[in-house]
Design a binder for this molecule. Structure first.
Ligand SMILES: [Zn+2]
Ligand SMILES: [Zn+2]
Length: 305
């Protein structure tokens, strides 16, 4: 199953000439999900060939402008482009009011329904479940209420050892129960334990999105063992005071989070506009967590490869 994330924006607060505010597009089994929607996200989607019409779910972490100011534009474009299928938005409750106000003053009545699901910044909750994934909110520690999102792949069915099944002439109607873990007894009474006829599917992969937040162990347990951890890294550690003051994280702290929560891989982003190049941030994180990558715009990261 495809499980990958494309970075559309990696700048904090303000855009700079080569970086846009936060947005990421997730492709999970060919369904598209958008996380945050900073200003310029539509342009970035065009640039990196992410089809807006394919997005059915948008997750907004919090109401700082660098995470949602592109949303009303995207909603309007979908309307102008003839969308009729529903769009689901997972966000703080006040966002509906903000969007409704903008639509009402432009006298826009959307041709498609927008369904809002309000996040609770106080506790982790499952906000979406479908055949591919379960999505939970991650309460974070930021200046205003903020939730990250944890995307957890669903456990797949067991894989049949086809040659063995064919060799034993096991009828096809037993395939489905075998995939679910049932044992098999042949007509002559021979008993076959499930694990002699099937193999376990791979461990479900997880993508933990943590932006914006300061370093706080409150969310560590929930994100433990992430296949890919995206963590904001607004500053270098020599600006730790500023990070604490603004409720952000340094690259070194992001790497500490990855280390302490047993992440397989770390992706850092939400870089302050003061950094024209990002090598120092990468080096700092890699000094204690070598499996770190920069969230470079336009790059796609496989989750679990
Ligand atoms: Zn931000
Ligand atoms: Zn913020």
């Amino acid at each position: 199953m495809k499980f990958e994330v494309t970075i559309l924006g990696s700048s904090s607060a303000t855009p700079i000439f080569n970086r846009n505010p936060t947005s990421q597009a997730l492709n999970i089994n060919e369904r598209m999900y958008l996380i945050d929607c900073g200003e310029g996200t539509q342009q970035q989607m065009l640039r990196f060939d992410v089809k807006a019409s394919r997005i059915d779910h948008i997750f907004i972490s919090h109401l700082h402008g660098d995470h949602y100011l592109g949303l009303v534009g995207l909603i309007s474009s979908l309307h102008l482009n003839g969308r009729i299928k529903p769009l689901k938005i997972y966000c703080p409750p006040q966002l509906k009011e903000i969007i409704d106000l903008q639509l009402s003053y432009s006298e826009t009545t959307l041709q498609y329904p927008v369904e809002y699901y309000f996040t609770n910044p106080k506790k982790a909750e499952v906000i979406l479940e479908n055949q591919d994934i379960i999505v939970e909110t991650i309460p974070l520690d930021h200046r205003i209420e903020c939730t990250g999102f944890l995307f957890r792949e669903k456990k797949r069915l067991r894989k049949l050892i086809k040659e063995k099944l064919e060799h034993l002439n096991i009828p096809i109607e037993y395939y489905s129960p075998l995939k679910k873990g049932a044992d098999y007894t042949a007509p002559d009474g021979t008993f076959y334990k499930n694990d002699t006829l099937t193999i376990d599917s791979s461990e479900p992969k997880t993508y933990a999105y943590c932006s914006d937040t300061m370093y706080n162990e409150m969310y560590f347990e929930q994100i433990n063992g992430a296949t890919l951890l995206y963590h904001e890294s607004t500053f270098l550690n020599n600006m730790l005071d500023r990070a604490v003051e603004t409720h952000h994280t340094t690259a070194l702290q992001a790497a500490e989070v990855a280390l302490k929560t047993n992440a397989k891989k770390l992706l850092i982003g939400h870089f302050s506009a003061r950094y024209k190049t990002l090598n120092e941030l990468l080096d700092e994180a890699r000094s204690i967590f070598p499996e770190t990558e920069l969230a470079i715009e336009g790059r796609t990261f496989m989750i679990g490869e």
